[in-house]
Design a protein around this ligand. Structure first.
Ligand SMILES: [Zn+2]
Length: 323
């Protein structure tokens, strides 16, 4: 290395902070990242009465119980042509050649661009939700199961639900907010949020419906988000998980399912806020640009069973740690 690196700081180091660990990594797109680990205190936000339910969708990334729909930016779609071109170039290069290595980096750069734009969008959204609300209720969707099982794969992947959820959870822990995940078999779509009537069926294509019980006109997603909020607040009031009787022999599909009325006694709910342990943890995030610096240590509440969070938040590529 014969010249100084052009460094892009993601943010200034906190006043008087002494980095305890410096991590240097290079991702597949050839971008170098330097992460500084420092101890800092994250102040909780002033508490608020606002609560929100979040329904995950495809056409709208999320729908809020307030009626707001946040559109999926579909960055993946826009970049797909660019990616296809880069991959075609890669396929034509001779194995082991320098040109092939260059083409591979080109493909990696397109992937990195897609990931960066999606992450940026999700960060803005999750920060806003955490700032505005004391309690955020989401559905415990099985995203990896959905990804394995076919046609919804690309759309759900673009929607990046698992990243959305993990960002929500660690930011909520930083700022003293609660995230409650309710069971994905809770019939959120086909229950009337006004009178509680449970429909027998509600095909996926039906975006709007009128309740036969009370005559209220519902938007499918907004109604679902309201039910999710109500279920989550019920869980919060009961404390811990609520597990009414349910037939355990029923084979579970990884897809979002809503149980048939005859099998539903009381919806089976699970609280993520219940069993938490507290431990210090590091968060290192890669940013766009040729290199970046971002490190933060805080007291993070880790929900039991959410060990994937740590992986989602680590910087890409091999890392060398210098102490
Ligand atoms: Zn109704």
């Amino acid at each position: 290395m014969d010249q100084p690196l052009a460094i892009v700081w993601s943010r200034p180091l906190p006043e008087g902070a002494e980095p305890s660990t410096v991590t240097v990594s290079c991702d597949h797109a050839g971008r170098w990242h330097v992460s500084l680990l420092v101890e800092t205190a994250v102040a909780h936000l002033a508490s608020t009465d606002a609560t929100v339910g979040v329904d995950a969708g495809i056409t709208s990334l999320v729908t809020l119980s307030t009626g707001e729909k946040i559109t999926n930016p579909r960055h993946g779609n826009r970049d797909r042509a660019r990616l296809a071109l880069a991959q075609k170039g890669l396929a034509r290069k001779q194995k082991g050649s320098n040109n092939r290595a260059k083409a591979r980096r080109k493909v990696a750069r397109v992937h990195a661009r897609i990931t960066d734009r999606r992450r940026d969008f999700l960060h803005k959204l999750t920060t806003r939700l955490v700032r505005e609300n004391q309690t955020i209720v989401i559905e415990d969707l099985n995203v990896s199961g959905m990804l394995r099982s076919g046609s919804l794969a690309r759309a759900i992947s673009d929607a990046a639900w698992s990243e959305f959820r993990s960002q929500l959870e660690y930011k909520a822990a930083w700022y003293g907010r609660d995230v409650i995940a309710i069971d994905r078999w809770f019939p959120s779509s086909k229950t009337c949020s006004d009178c509680g009537r449970l429909l027998d069926t509600l095909p996926l294509g039906v975006r709007e419906w009128t309740c036969p019980g009370c005559g209220t006109a519902h938007d499918r997603d907004v109604n679902a988000a309201r039910n999710i909020l109500a279920a989550g607040l019920a869980v919060a009031a009961c404390g811990g998980g609520v597990r009414p009787t349910r037939q355990q022999s029923v084979r579970r599909s990884p897809m979002k399912q809503e149980t048939q009325p005859e099998r539903v006694g009381i919806p089976r709910l699970q609280a993520w806020g219940g069993s938490q342990s507290t431990r210090p943890s590091a968060v290192v995030t890669g940013q766009r640009g040729s290199s970046s610096w971002l490190a933060q240590v805080s007291r993070i509440q880790v929900c039991a069973g959410s060990s994937q969070n740590a992986r989602d938040r680590s910087a890409p590529g091999p890392a060398n740690t210098f102490r």
